[in-house]
Design a binder for this molecule. Structure first.
Ligand code: CP
Length: 326
């Protein structure tokens, strides 16, 4: 894959944003710029010595108000591989538990002269609220049902490595679309890059605004799989559900679970993705998730570190005084 970075606008014109709150608002060439920037980190991360010191002296705070394995660890690894001092704030042990507000918490982090703050929060819009209050770049690590932009970027990087092209690629996203920030960010990202996105869910888990999205909605999983190049499965987000959205996990699996027989309805070389965490036997069978030649699930995790390194590098160029980044 040849690098296109040289053809992008010079300096901060290539990515003129202060932070990364969502894919919404990013131009296709800005998304591609971040993917291109990540390529150098994919290579570095495959070497025995994985260090680059460009963020030395900078402080990055990961403030996670919701549980995470992949996103928290990959942001921590990304910051450390770039030489930054990385601090993780666990909300469960923080003064939030004593009644401190989110804004007061943000102002406290800001007063410590963080150079970038990475936030995961259960409320849609919480990350923008903090971004408006602090003086450093803020990166959204997932806010409520709103956006998870670095997940969409790592998914796009994974797809590009496997399929090379986005134009005309048929991507079926199936699962709990209603509660999924991953689905929202992926729809914005993949459609901006020219892919054809299909969203599939039971009626109760399909958002009303699907008609306004540039996607094809499906209630029938078999129909949504026809001719698909990529099948992205999403878990049921029970923690965001109030009331009963599905009759039972068993019935959900029968209608919307990805089995080898179902995958056979997609293209013969269709690839399988899942952002994790997976609920094996509910939305995806183990013998699909673990298919060595078709499943990209562990590759997604690998690309997550590279994408987060690219985002931290690009968004701290101004504070580091990199030429052209004003
Ligand atoms: N995909 C994702 O956001 O996973 P975590 O919740 O483990 O970070």
């Amino acid at each position: 894959m040849t690098s296109l970075v040289a053809s992008y606008p010079a300096g901060s014109a290539a990515f003129p944003h202060r932070g990364l709150v969502g894919i919404a608002g990013l131009a296709p060439h800005e998304i591609l710029f971040l993917l291109e920037e990540a390529e150098q980190w994919v290579k570095l991360n495959r070497l025995p010595q994985k260090h680059d010191n460009r963020l030395a002296g900078l402080t990055i705070i990961n403030a996670f108000f919701e549980n995470s394995t992949r996103t928290l660890l990959s942001f921590e690894i990304a910051g450390k591989r770039l030489g930054a001092d990385v601090v993780n704030m666990q909300a469960a042990q923080s003064s939030i538990k004593k009644g401190e507000t989110l804004i007061d918490t943000a102002m406290t982090l800001n007063a410590m002269h963080a150079d970038a703050i990475v936030i995961r929060h259960g409320s849609s819009g919480a990350v923008q609220l903090i971004a408006d209050k602090v003086s450093c770049p803020v990166l959204n690590a997932g806010d409520g049902q709103h956006e998870h932009p670095t997940q969409a970027l790592l998914d796009a990087l994974t797809i590009r490595h496997a399929k090379k092209e986005f134009n005309g690629l048929k991507v079926t996203i199936c699962g709990d679309i209603l509660h999924s920030r991953v689905a929202r960010s992926n729809v914005l990202c993949l459609t901006a890059l020219g892919a054809e996105v299909r969203l599939c869910a039971p009626p109760a888990l399909m958002p009303a605004e699907v008609e306004q999205m540039k996607v094809a909605p499906f209630l029938d999983f078999d129909a949504a799989l026809e001719d698909a190049d990529v099948v992205m499965m999403l878990r049921l987000q029970m923690e965001r559900m109030q009331g009963q959205f599905i009759p039972s996990p068993r019935e959900y699996h029968h209608l919307y679970g990805l089995t080898p027989e179902r995958l056979a309805k997609a293209k013969p070389d269709a690839l399988v993705m899942h952002p994790g965490p997976m609920n094996r036997g509910v939305e995806i069978d183990s013998n699909v998730a673990d298919m060595a030649d078709r499943s990209l699930i562990t590759r997604q995790v690998e690309m997550g570190v590279a994408i987060r390194m690219a985002c931290l590098d690009v968004l701290t160029r101004k504070v580091r005084g990199v030429e052209g980044w004003t």
